[in-house]
Design a protein around this ligand. Structure first.
Ligand code: AMP
Ligand code: MG
Length: 497
């Protein structure tokens, strides 16, 4: 693999930071991608640049590179990059389609200074062979939303793709109305999706599937290569990482909004921030996406939908599990059936930590958790703020905390805490590192995007981003960022298409 350096503004005696592309994806059969460059834009302007992430990637030199805006808009392709759009398929709201990157290109796999391999992708970079009737472009609001929410998720400690830059294009995109266009630079541990395997399976070519399996194992789970049955071992890994991921979403009240199989990664990172949002009042049935009419991807349905998606992955892998189809189906079922037990165990552990408890003692802990969630639902308590309140030395004087039901639950929780025997300080420390004080509040996200879109004012975006970069620490003077805003059951988010 040739290492490519391109940094005219970097004096020759400076540390050798550079682009390091090594796109092994391009060694897969050509059915998996189309070689295509990003389409240049009229007037690129760098609106957001993630300096800490750039440093981590070994791309800190871009701060001083006048070409940076051109790389992040697609107007220039970095030396060594060979851009391509990926092919994939997906079940979208249950219906299967052949898809692909219709408005994105991967510039390449970049190696960071510590040898980590990441995809650098431009999203909103123009039409590709997979665009169907779409324009290949993205609007500024949704790209800033992805930047904000993905970085918030990262700061919450949740696996996610990252956002390196947002560039406005100086070109309008036409949705319901004309909106400013933008390109997001996304960093992912890969863009392999459940839908990538579905694509290979739908082609009916076992060699394609095998090549993809080998690539995915090599990239994400190299130890699995030595398993007796690598396909089943990979499936089990994905079941494991996705169970953990959804538990993390449930911890902070994150609703993905479009858990289609093309939006579920093999790596276990959260991907594709479209109509996503965070819960205010705790309610399992909460749906924010304007396109989710049936509530398929409601907050409380997320574990079930993850398992449904994993069954689609298992189906795609059948030909590699065993030559005997019945046997393959048995193996697939067995691997996916692990999801429920893994999920439940980690969910209970997570909920107990939210309550300052170290680990499960007996079945009464299950009751403690479910009654806690019942209380929250009934009182329409803000999910985030309620757990921070519970960690205080005395509960704030809110009517919702004085109902007989809540008081009864609170007493049983206190008794359980007493039997754990920890100091108050140790309990609140565990709670406050499990329960964020700050999440991306829907009204604040909307206000920040609106200011950027209509007035070109990026201050609210930057201020919100700064608060969300430190979500577990109280931030004196910024308490209003924890305000749920008006309880608005009708709040809707729209995807960026
Ligand atoms: P998403 O809802 O962003 O996960 O996208 C679902 C599919 O639609 C993917 O194949 C996208 O590449 C494609 N798509 C979304 N928006 C556009 C667009 N503006 N132009 C072309 N393809 C798009
Ligand atoms: Mg998608």
């Amino acid at each position: 693999m040739p290492l490519s350096a391109s940094n005219p503004s970097n004096p020759s005696n400076a540390p050798a930071q550079q682009w390091r592309f090594d796109s092994r994806y391009l060694t897969l059969p050509e059915a998996f991608y189309s070689r295509i460059d990003p389409v240049p834009v009229r007037e690129p302007k760098l609106l957001a640049f993630n300096e800490p992430l750039a440093a981590q990637l070994g791309l800190g030199f871009l701060l001083n590179d006048p070409e940076a805006v051109n790389y992040f808009s697609g107007n220039a392709v970095p030396v060594g990059a060979t851009a391509f759009a990926q092919a994939y398929a997906g079940h979208q709201f249950g219906g299967f389609s052949m898809l692909g990157d219709g408005r994105a290109v991967v510039l390449g796999e970049h190696l960071t200074p510590d040898g980590t391999r990441v995809d650098l992708q431009l999203k909103g970079s123009g039409p590709t062979p997979y665009s169907r009737r779409g324009d290949g472009r993205a609007a500024l609001g949704p790209m800033l939303r992805e930047y904000l929410v993905s970085e918030a998720m990262h700061s919450l400690g949740i696996p996610t793709t990252r956002s390196l830059a947002v560039v406005s294009t100086g070109e309008p995109v036409f949705r319901q109305t004309a909106q400013p266009g933008a390109v997001l630079t996304r960093v992912a541990s890969s863009h392999l999706r459940v839908g990538t395997f579905q694509y290979a399976a739908a082609k009916g070519d076992t060699e394609l599937l095998q090549a993809l399996l080998d690539y995915a194992i090599d990239r994400h789970y190299p130890a699995v290569a030595d398993a007796d049955n690598p396909a089943q071992a990979l499936l089990s890994k994905v079941v494991d990482v996705q169970a953990s991921l959804v538990v993390q979403w449930m911890r902070v009240g994150f609703i993905h909004g479009v858990m289609n199989t093309d939006n579920m990664t093999i790596s276990g990172e959260t991907i594709d921030y479209g109509p996503c949002a965070f819960l205010n009042a705790y309610d399992r049935e909460t749906v924010f996406s304007s396109i989710d009419h049936q509530g398929r991807y409601a907050f409380g349905n997320q574990p079930g939908m993850a398992q449904w998606n994993l069954l689609r992955l298992a189906e795609a892998l059948l030909p590699l599990l065993d030559a005997d189809e019945d046997k393959a189906i048995e193996m697939a079922k067995e691997a996916v059936s692990q999801f429920a037990a893994i999920y439940t165990e980690r969910f209970e552990q997570m909920m107990l930590n939210k309550l300052g408890l170290e680990s499960k003692r007996d079945e009464q802990d299950e009751t403690l958790i479910s009654e806690c969630l019942d209380c929250l639902t009934e009182a329409k308590l803000d999910y985030t703020n309620a757990f921070r309140d519970l960690a205080l030395p005395t509960l704030p004087d809110k009517p919702a905390y004085h109902t007989p039901k809540f008081q009864a639950w609170h007493a049983s929780w206190q008794a359980r805490l007493a039997s754990q025997g920890w100091s108050e300080h140790a309990v609140s420390a565990l709670m406050n590192r499990t329960n964020p004080a700050y999440i991306a509040r829907n009204h604040l996200v909307e206000a920040a995007l609106l200011a950027a879109e209509s007035d070109g004012d990026l201050d609210p975006f930057k201020n919100l981003l700064a608060v969300l970069s430190n979500p577990y620490e109280p931030q004196p003077g910024r308490e209003h960022y924890a305000d749920p805003g008006e309880y608005n059951p009708g709040y809707m988010t729209f995807c960026g298409t």
